[in-house]
Design a protein around this ligand. Sequence first.
Ligand SMILES: Nc1ncnc2c1ncn2[C@@H]1O[C@H](COP(=O)(O)OP(=O)(O)OP(=O)(O)O)[C@@H](O)[C@H]1O
Ligand SMILES: O=C(O)[C@H](O)COP(=O)(O)O
Length: 411
Amino acid sequence: MTNMKIPRIPTLREINIREKRVFMRIDINVPIDPDKGEILDDRRIRVHSQTIKEVVEKYRPALVLGSHQGRPGEPDFITLEKHAELLSKYTGYNVKFVDDVIGPTARKAIQELKPGEILLLDNLRLVSEEIIEATPEKQSYTIFVRRLAPLFDAYVNDAFATAHRSQPSIVGFPLVLPSAAGPLFEKEIMALRRVVESFESPRIFVLGGTKVRDLLRVIENLVRNKMADRILTTGLLAQLFLVAKGIGLGKENMRYLEEKGILPLIPRARYILLMGAPIETPIDFKVLIDGETRNVGIGEINGKIMDIGEQTIRIYSEFIKDAKIVVMRGPAGVIEDERFRDGTVKLLEAAYNSKAFVLIGGGHLSSMIDESKLNEHIHVSTGGNALLLFLSGETLPALKALELSAKMFLS
Ligand SMILES: Nc1ncnc2c1ncn2[C@@H]1O[C@H](COP(=O)(O)OP(=O)(O)OP(=O)(O)O)[C@@H](O)[C@H]1O
Ligand SMILES: O=C(O)[C@H](O)COP(=O)(O)O
């Protein structure tokens, strides 16, 4: 158990959105094929569609949806036309789309929306202010918020997966509009209580993917709050810790880590190890060399590391099987290529078969779940790093902003 307390946040039962004009922040940031620009997995869109449908049927708001997709400069930074088509398919409503966010076209579309209708704005990160992190107070003065807030009666945050970003669409609106957490957000917080308020151990965290900077912050919190018995590393995080341990990964992998801006994090990773963090690293990898895949031990790495190896899968699976709490975020390998999905799939299988309470987070990782294997011991979060930062003891900016909003509009 940790000394964390989960703040009370306003829900839809506490604000009036019936037939009102509502801005609902969702997170339909989904994995995108870097070459074709196609949506690789629409799980987040399906999950949000269910909630959107419930809200529209229950309250008939004129509902304006906003989400980001990717980050400027990355291949997955695209506009949201395809997202709107899938939202229409899964909600059964004709979800209108406007290729604008705060300009005159968007504002006109918002003002013309009628109760029971749904409009999706374009990628919120097309507005430069949206990629800047600042306090809720500062964000409430952005052009973004000042342009759109006057058009709405209320704001709903259903984007748990972006709750760790102190960006205008997450923390700016709650200070100027009556606000609440959406149904999905509320459900995520209930699941997290199970992990935070339990004594059960061993508590295993399986951390992978590429958002290494975010993950180091999580690990530092986990160590400080004694939240983890073991941290099993995969993805680029595993490579960083191996380098921090002084294990050579070969030129090709070092060059890749440099391109991804990961090498400057080596001292921080070394410090985490010196602090005695329970970090486990792979003992073998699946590599790509001259177009062939091979399983190699960490003493003999050549070729490009693409997934964790067979021995590591076996050892990590044992830890997962014997755990009481398992938290997983980020894939173990380059899952866009089916040759490198074994690590991710096998660790997920260990989680399905474990007696532990399992929390699975992250867009790419969630896209690999076999939904037929899920059971009541498994909560699939829409959040990736938001989930982890919360679990590791950080106050999520979105929760702080909703708490401030409740004090201003609901007390
Ligand atoms: N060894 C590896 N080398 C290069 N890329 C890797 C490796 N292992 C995993 N990846 C990449 O990690 C990416 C996903 O990382 P990310 O941190 O975004 O995970 P996620 O599950 O989407 O979490 P979130 O939802 O928080 O983004 C995939 O695009 C995958 O190709
Ligand atoms: O996938 C996620 O973690 C959320 O959508 C946040 O995305 P970001 O890391 O680009 O802010």
